[in-house]
Design a protein around this ligand. Structure first.
Ligand SMILES: CC(=O)SCCNC(=O)CCNC(=O)[C@H](O)C(C)(C)COP(=O)(O)OP(=O)(O)OC[C@H]1O[C@@H](n2cnc3c(N)ncnc32)[C@H](O)[C@@H]1OP(=O)(O)O
Ligand SMILES: O=C(O)CCC(=O)C(=O)O
Length: 389
């Protein structure tokens, strides 16, 4: 049996850059594309040629790197956008057209039949220009399911290799995502991509549901940056697919943290400390109950092995520390922790952590121990040194 594989299409350089205020320079775009490819991302949506010469040049330079990843240019389903894409050197285009009646009417003043006619006209035109062609179904989550099924048939007949179902305004949950994707997958043999938005904090969950419903391509961005609340995060999808469903994506997990930091610098959006997979604190433990158990058996409070990400777990002392935690740090520094001093030392630690709004560093903990012992008129004792082998 072959190992199941899901193809991640990274759109950090297109939808990621649509996040308010994010604007990558040419050098940053190239460096991010290079880093994405190094991380094993099979497809990079590199930009929107219709934006003008600079964007075309950025995509052209990225395509010129001859990376292992497919380089795709995002276009509206229009001749003008396709014409701009011809100057990029990208091997693939995504031609986007709304799927919902509301968006077809309000934005373009057309109906479903005209949308199908545009697909029949533009896809072969793009194929004739030598592109691999994918179709972007904008606002699929508010579209009629019968229409989506007809679009999928039309897209397949026109010769495109994939249809993207976009939850453009982020209104799906995992159940409604499955209903939509299952319907379209069963209507055609076409490869389906799901493109989630995180307005309800469900982009990754919805993308996982899409995979369970048969989508084999998922749009992601590094750190989940993107329009409004952003997209499904590359790092979350890659790790969750493997951890939960045993699905491979070809992503080198150890590249994910440096990649997130690179994109954070270029976007001006620092990685939040608690951001899943790549945040600085997601393998750090402070709570006394957790640390006491972890010191006996890691699996008690460790759901994901940090070594997979090239990281290590860390224990810090802070407001929520208990005896085992203090003892662990102090014994490593050669001190024996007297039971009589634990209540006062714990109180001092809580006080300092609250004032400093930060963990208590080992040097400071040692100092607090000395103060507590002096207050209690006790002598600081050295721990029994570990046996020498
Ligand atoms: C859901 C998404 O993420 S869609 C992708 C969003 N990405 C972007 O907007 C990229 C950045 N955009 C830009 O730089 C500019 O908007 C450009 C260069 C693309 C277009 O700029 P302008 O020509 O000045 O148009 P403007 O931005 O005012 O309006 C967008 C136009 O695209 C049209 N349009 C929108 N979607 C489509 C579509 N799928 N197919 C064809 N035309 C479309 C709109 O109807 C509107 O046309 P109009 O000017 O005739 O009303
Ligand atoms: O039509 C597409 O390619 C999807 C565009 C997009 O980013 C979205 O709808 O959220």
């Amino acid at each position: 049996m072959t190992t199941p594989f899901v193809h991640l299409n990274d759109t950090t350089l297109r939808d990621g850059e649509q996040a308010p205020g994010v604007a990558f320079s040419l050098d940053e775009k190239i460096a991010i594309a290079d880093a994405l490819s190094l991380a094993g991302v099979p497809e990079i949506e590199a930009g929107t040629p219709a934006m003008g010469e600079e964007e075309v040049e950025a995509i052209r330079l990225i395509a010129g790197l001859k990376l292992d990843s497919r380089i795709l240019a995002w276009c509206r389903m229009s001749e003008a956008d396709l014409q701009a894409a011809r100057f990029t050197g990208a091997g693939a285009v995504n031609l986007s057209i709304p799927m919902s009646d509301g968006m077809l009417a309000a934005k373009l003043g057309i109906d479903r039949n005209e949308a199908l006619a545009r697909i029949r006209r533009l896809v072969p035109m793009a194929l004739d220009s030598g592109f691999e062609v994918a179709v972007g179904g904008e606002d699929a989550s508010r579209a009629d399911l019968d229409h989506l099924a007809r679009v999928a048939e039309t897209v397949a007949q026109a010769g495109a290799f994939r249809l993207r179902l976009a939850d453009t305004v982020g209104i799906l949950d995992p159940f409604s995502t499955m209903t939509m994707v299952e319907r379209v997958v069963s209507a055609s043999g076409l490869a389906i991509e799901f493109h989630g938005h995180d307005d309800l904090g469900l982009a990754t969950a919805n993308s996982l549901a899409a995979v369970r419903a048969g989508a084999r391509h998922i749009s992601v961005t590094v750190g989940g940056i993107g329009e409004r609340a952003g997209n499904a995060a590359l790092e979350e999808m890659a790790v969750a697919l493997q951890r939960l469903d045993g699905i491979q994506t070809g992503i080198a997990f150890k590249q994910l943290t440096p990649l997130a930091e690179r994109v954070a610098r270029a976007s001006g959006r620092p990685v939040p400390a608690g951001k899943a997979i790549v945040g600085s604190d997601v393998f750090t433990h402070e709570s006394g109950i957790h640390v006491a158990a972890l010191l006996k058996e890691r699996s008690t409070y460790e759901g994901l092995d940090p070594g997979l990400l090239g990281r290590r777990h860390k224990i810090v002392v802070g407001k929520h520390s208990g005896r085992a935690s203090l003892e662990n740090v102090l014994e490593a520094r050669g001190h024996k922790l007297e039971p009589a001093v634990v209540p006062l030392l714990t109180m001092l630690v809580r006080h300092q952590a609250t004032i400093m709004k930060a963990p208590v560093e080992p040097d400071d903990l040692e100092q607090l121990l000395i103060e507590a012992m002096a207050f209690l008129d006790l002598e600081v004792e050295a721990a029994t040194p570990p046996p020498v082998h």
